[in-house]
Design a protein around this ligand. Structure first.
Ligand SMILES: NC(=O)c1ccc[n+]([C@@H]2O[C@H](COP(=O)([O-])OP(=O)(O)OC[C@H]3O[C@@H](n4cnc5c(N)ncnc54)[C@H](OP(=O)(O)O)[C@@H]3O)[C@@H](O)[C@H]2O)c1
Length: 267
């Protein structure tokens, strides 16, 4: 009888130690998809540098990861909208761990609703985190990633967590959120074309509705509020497993785009 993992959690957290000696910077690591991805990557042997504003959460996650005895973890209290702080922290990671092999841009915020009566500050907050935060981390990490691709692993990776809203506009209520995620897709494709010859792979992950703080707290128009039928949603482990898959492909194979919807999600 074959033994199958019973869910994505098992798959993501029991990955083979294929990332031993690999250093990952992951933004948005204090909750949801980022935190679960950090656990999964560390479970595969990676050293994970955890970036987010809620340093207490990152410290807890560091202890959890190190208690499991796989990869190491270190917490960096960083706001991705502060480009200087991002650059300083990324250089500190490279100095302490001898380089950076993988950047996962996962930090993101979302506010949904009609444009009429929306707060402009909500829109600029999404641009600041979802676009400028991705630019800041990528800009700071690029020299290290290019150098790492010339190192023993022979490859390095950028994984940008976009959204189904980066491929299409799910509803008018997604207006600015979808705009920011479309920008992530465009930026990723430009990077991919430039960096392919340098063996820096660029992958975009486009989740449908995932149960995280983003979709379950506060917002009248948040995706869970639009999910009135109670259709199945994804778990952060579903996305973490995809990211582990992307960065553990052999050197000749680049997974550039993964779109994952809950089975019952139509739009
Ligand atoms: N949940 C979904 O249905 C879904 C679907 C498609 C795509 N996504 C994308 O998945 C990514 C992760 O979201 P999630 O669903 O896991 O939500 P989440 O649990 O709310 O996580 C968001 C993360 O982003 C971090 N963050 C926000 N603003 C930041 C800032 N200024 N500086 C540094 N970190 C910041 C948060 O950390 P701090 O607050 O501690 O700073 C947190 O770690 C986002 O890019 C989101 O757009 C989510």
């Amino acid at each position: 009888m074959t033994t199958e993992p019973d869910n994505a959690t098992t798959t993501a957290r029991s990955a083979e130690r294929t990332l031993d000696g690999v250093t990952v910077v992951i933004t948005g690591a204090s909750s949801g998809i980022g935190a679960t991805t950090a656990e999964a990557l560390a479970g595969a042997g990676a050293t994970v540098a955890l970036f987010a504003r809620r340093k207490d959460r990152l410290d807890d996650l560091t202890r959890t990861i190190e208690g499991r005895g796989a990869g190491a973890a270190k917490a960096y209290g960083v706001d991705v909208t502060d480009a200087d702080a991002v650059s300083t922290a990324i250089d500190a990671v490279a100095t302490e761990f001898g380089g950076i092999d993988i950047l996962v841009n996962c930090a993101g915020v979302g506010t949904w609703g009609p444009a009429v009566d929306a707060k402009l500050s909500d829109w600029t907050a999404m641009v600041d985190v979802n676009i400028n935060g991705v630019f800041a981390a990528t800009h700071a990490a690029l020299p290290h990633l290019v150098a790492a691709a010339n190192g023993p692993r022979g490859i390095s990776d950028i994984v940008n967590v976009s959204s189904i809203a980066g491929r299409r506009v799910p509803s008018f209520q997604s207006n600015v959120y979808a705009a920011t995620k479309h920008a992530v897709g465009a930026f990723s494709e430009g990077l991919r074309q430039e960096l392919a010859p340098a063996h820096v792979r660029v992958g975009v992950v486009e989740p449908g509705i995932v149960t995280t703080e983003m979709t379950t707290t506060g917002e009248e128009y948040a995706p869970d509020a639009r999910n009135a039928e109670g259709l199945g949603v994804l778990d952060p482990d579903d996305i973490a497993a995809a990211i582990v898959y992307i960065v553990t492909r052999p050197r000749h194979a680049a997974v550039n785009e993964v779109l994952i919807r809950p089975t019952e999600q139509v739009r």
